[in-house]
Write a protein that binds this ligand. Structure first.
Ligand code: CP
Length: 304
């Protein structure tokens, strides 16, 4: 039976640890120029119905390291503009011989739907405000490399939690691995259903990041913002921006993370984004290796 990676919430801790470990091993192989044995060459579709820089390019890089063939597909220029449904689009691609699918879509829940239509190896590249599983896996690998472990840590996830699929995937993953997760932000950007998420809510930045080992900033998602969620971005920055002053509340060895793209000067200032304790570019680099691990994992399910 095919494996599908649509959300961290549905993964057990052994699988999460195995994916992170495999990504670390794949990284060593790529960096040292060793040959990577990924079995049969596969033909995969990268379906991006929403814009992306990091995720799309890292999936292409991952596929290239594994020796897979990639077919790129975006909504614009396709028959979706003639009214074709997501289901018929995916069934068409499957019957044209694509063996695996990676999909990003703006609708929450579309990953599970797309995976069910495809019925074969599938990896979500992010669905709406729901989850972004490979981002969280890459973030976990980055934390492990920077801090030597990814358990027993205090992790503050700061800013626009409401609209963030990255916040949800990271909260599930990091809590499953035994870390303390905190959601920090203004009331209007913290979801009303946090009781269903694994984390403690803080509306005050200082208390939220007090003693934190990892301060994970989120992008203020102005494109998903309904009018009135924020009185002004200036006020948000004054109260919730991560910078050298606000970081004084965190652990002295704390690292700063951000999934990107960054609104510099809003949720994060330049000095903090480019500081030695910023792990942001490590997150980008590790995105390639966790996506290699994820692609391998979904195809390996066919042998199981
Ligand atoms: N972090 C992330 O998903 O970035 P992109 O939107 O550029 O892929």
């Amino acid at each position: 039976m095919s494996r599908q990676l649509t959300a961290i919430r549905h993964l057990d801790t052994d699988t999460i640890r195995a994916l992170i470990d495999d990504a670390g091993k794949l990284k060593e192989s790529v960096v040292s120029g060793k040959e990577i044995r990924s079995g049969k060459a596969r033909s995969i579709g990268l379906l991006f119905f929403e814009n992306s820089t990091r995720t799309r390019v890292s999936f292409e890089q991952a596929a290239s390291h594994l020796g897979y063939r990639v077919v790129n597909f975006s909504g614009s220029g396709s028959s979706l503009s003639k009214g074709e449904s997501l289901k018929d689009t995916i069934l068409t691609l499957k019957n044209e011989g694509l063996e695996g699918l990676v999909m990003r879509h703006k609708a929450s829940g579309s990953a599970a739907l797309g995976a069910s239509y495809f019925g074969g190896p599938f990896v979500s590249a992010g669905d709406g405000q729901h989850e972004h599983p490979t981002q969280a896996l890459g973030d976990a690998l980055t934390i492990k490399e920077r801090l030597g472990k990814v358990e027993g840590l205090k992790i503050a996830i700061v800013g626009d939690v409401l609209h963030s699929r990255v916040a949800r995937s990271n909260a599930w993953l990091l809590s499953k691995l035994g870390n303390e997760v905190r959601f920090v932000g203004p009331r209007s950007l913290i979801p009303a259903y946090t009781a269903k998420l694994p984390g403690e809510v803080h509306y005050d930045l200082r208390s939220g990041i007090a003693g934190a080992d990892v301060v994970m900033c989120l992008r203020l998602q102005r494109e998903r913002m309904e009018d009135g969620r924020l009185s002004s971005t200036g006020e948000f920055s004054r109260n919730y921006q991560i910078n050298r002053v606000s970081m004084r509340a965190a652990h002295p060895d704390a690292i700063i993370m951000h999934p990107g793209p960054i609104n510099r000067g809003i949720e994060l200032d330049d000095l903090a984004a480019d500081a030695p304790n910023s792990a942001i570019l490590d997150q980008v680099a590790n995105g390639v290796f966790v996506r290699m691990a994820a692609l391998k994992w979904v195809f390996e399910g066919e042998k199981a």
